[in-house]
Ligand binder design. Structure first.
Ligand SMILES: [Zn+2]
Length: 83
């Protein structure tokens, strides 16, 4: 699982492979950008969220009817042509 360090004061995010790496990034960031202090706006190390795979886009009722109509028309056409 990957981890991320977020600084709300600077609105920055760093992604790392492990939690100790993210804590090192936090310490370095605080030292360089905040004089070794924790930013008042807050910062945190937390597990990176795994993105949820997106399904196909929702289809509207009207479009579904249109597709169904096309399918029926194609079926009728193949039946007429086969006889
Ligand atoms: Zn910062």
């Amino acid at each position: 699982m990957s981890y991320r360090y977020e600084c709300r004061a600077c609105r920055t995010v760093s992604k790392t492979d492990t939690e100790p790496q993210a804590e090192q990034v936090r310490d370095l960031h605080r030292a360089v950008h905040h004089g070794g202090m924790a930013p008042m706006a807050g910062d945190q190390v937390r597990p990176s969220r795994i993105p949820v795979p997106q399904g196909p886009p929702p289809i509207s009722g009207r479009r579904a009817l249109l597709l169904l109509g096309l399918l029926v028309a194609a079926l009728l056409a193949t039946r007429l042509l086969s006889h």
